[in-house]
Design a protein around this ligand. Structure first.
Ligand SMILES: Cc1cc2nc3c(=O)[nH]c(=O)nc-3n(C[C@H](O)[C@H](O)[C@H](O)COP(=O)(O)OP(=O)(O)OC[C@H]3O[C@@H](n4cnc5c(N)ncnc54)[C@H](O)[C@@H]3O)c2cc1C
Length: 371
């Protein structure tokens, strides 16, 4: 098979781009590792979230907003193609504040962000709501919560169904997906690129490294940035409870099946994706503070997963200057950005415009400055 694109990494970033490219008629192969790999896409909170994005880099806020706005059509399109309902809901979301200082910092941040971007000044809608005003959005909210920022752009989905839908859609579009095929080495050829695996080499005209933390070793070989590090998050889920019409929050959300998904921890734990009793206790106590009715809820499962974090927290979207046609795609909000990745970002790859469309996101920003 003559391939246009070879994608290394079958997480939500690689699969969203594979889908976008295949939908445009490209011949695409995806190589992925096996079930024991580090995979943020299978352990995350499933938020499609605008709030908190872009402080220090307004363009990131704009992209996050674009993606959130594109999400309803993206979810509907995937459902129509595959029959998989991703359980995407976008009726707004609330980022909670536990005291007045936190509220002030948050409001100042969003105001500054809007001051730095005319687009966000007109299109990013948000409002700080005191606890009493939040009760209509979050019935049952605990008395010790100060308030929170509400935004209509925020939502949530089932991230595992998202991945399932992307795999199904890609297969329908003829994408060759090779699971349990770790890439040991990537190389630039005279024309095109190749990836060496235990089952032989695979070649294509262009190559996309979408390998999450795997980019640390693969990307630099092609002159791309490997500047990503793991940041652990621990998650808890309760037994199924009757559905309450509460908006999602980054701290806790009720899933479509009734379980409450809890967890907003950020830890530097190296490559350890385990859980600790200490952190699970912190998360459970916070959940009960937010919704006291959960005091009696049984916890049914806990897990840890590793975020893929760049030094400044913004995405890496870059083409190699050393080897044009080799790309590196990495971000820590791959669920939120999935609609963008399948849409505008894939189009930039097709049009050979990635560097021009996303200049702020090159790995060159992490290079040590020469004096
Ligand atoms: C606890 C937690 C909560 C989160 N919550 C949210 C949220 O609510 N909303 C949101 O938008 N984002 C969230 N995220 C972030 C989101 O999960 C990630 O941004 C996203 O999953 C990154 O996807 P990825 O495809 O880049 O990485 P991964 O999911 O890590 O996938 C990379 C893939 O590359 C493969 N790979 C690596 N090396 C190789 C190799 N050598 N050969 C072949 N394959 C290779 C791996 O096997 C893996 O399948 C959260 C993350 C965590 C950990």
């Amino acid at each position: 098979m003559q391939r246009d694109f070879l994608i290394v990494g079958g997480g939500v970033v690689g699969m969203a781009v594979a889908y976008g490219l295949a939908r445009a008629g490209q011949r695409v192969s995806v190589l992925d590792e096996s079930d024991d790999a580090l995979r943020a896409s299978r352990g995350n909170a499933g938020l499609t979230w605008m709030q908190g994005k872009g402080a220090g880099m307004p363009r990131y806020g704009e992209l996050s907003l674009d993606s959130c706005l594109a999400w309803p059509d993206f979810a509907a399109e995937l459902a129509a193609r595959t029959g998989v309902d991703i359980q995407h809901e976008c009726h707004g979301g609330v980022d909670l504040c536990f005291d007045a200082d936190e509220a002030e910092v948050r409001c100042n941040e969003y105001t500054a962000l809007q001051g730095a971007s005319p687009r966000l000044a007109s299109d990013f809608r948000w409002q700080y709501l005191e606890r009493e005003a939040l009760l209509t959005h979050l019935p049952g909210l605990g008395e010790s919560v100060h308030g929170g920022t509400w935004s209509p752009h925020d939502g949530h989905c089932n991230p595992l169904y998202l991945l399932r839908a992307l795999y199904a859609a890609c297969q329908m579009l003829g994408v060759e997906i090779r699971p349990a095929t770790p890439v040991n080495e990537v190389r630039a050829l005279g024309a095109g690129f190749s990836a060496r695996t235990a089952m032989g080499s695979v070649a294509a005209e262009r190559i996309v490294i979408a390998a999450g933390l795997g980019a640390r070793t693969l990307a630099p070989v092609l002159g791309l940035s490997g500047a990503v590090r793991p940041v652990r998050g621990q998650m808890l889920i309760t037994e199924r409870r009757p559905i309450v019409p509460q908006l999602p929050t980054p701290q806790i959300r009720q899933t479509a099946s009734g379980g409450y998904l809890i967890g907003d921890s950020h830890e530097d734990a190296g490559l350890d994706k385990g859980v600790t009793l200490e952190m699970l206790q912190v998360l459970a106590e916070k959940a009960v503070r937010i919704y006291p009715a959960l005091r009696d809820a049984r916890l049914v499962r806990a897990w840890g997963a590793l975020r893929v974090m760049t030094p400044d927290g913004y995405p890496l979207y870059e083409e190699s200057t050393l080897h044009p046609g080799a790309y590196n795609l990495n971000c820590h909000s791959g669920i939120t950005l999935a609609a963008l990745h399948a849409g505008a970002l894939s189009q930039s790859l097709l049009d050979d415009r990635l560097g021009r469309d996303y200049p702020q996101f090159s790995g060159a920003r992490f290079d040590v400055q020469a004096y």
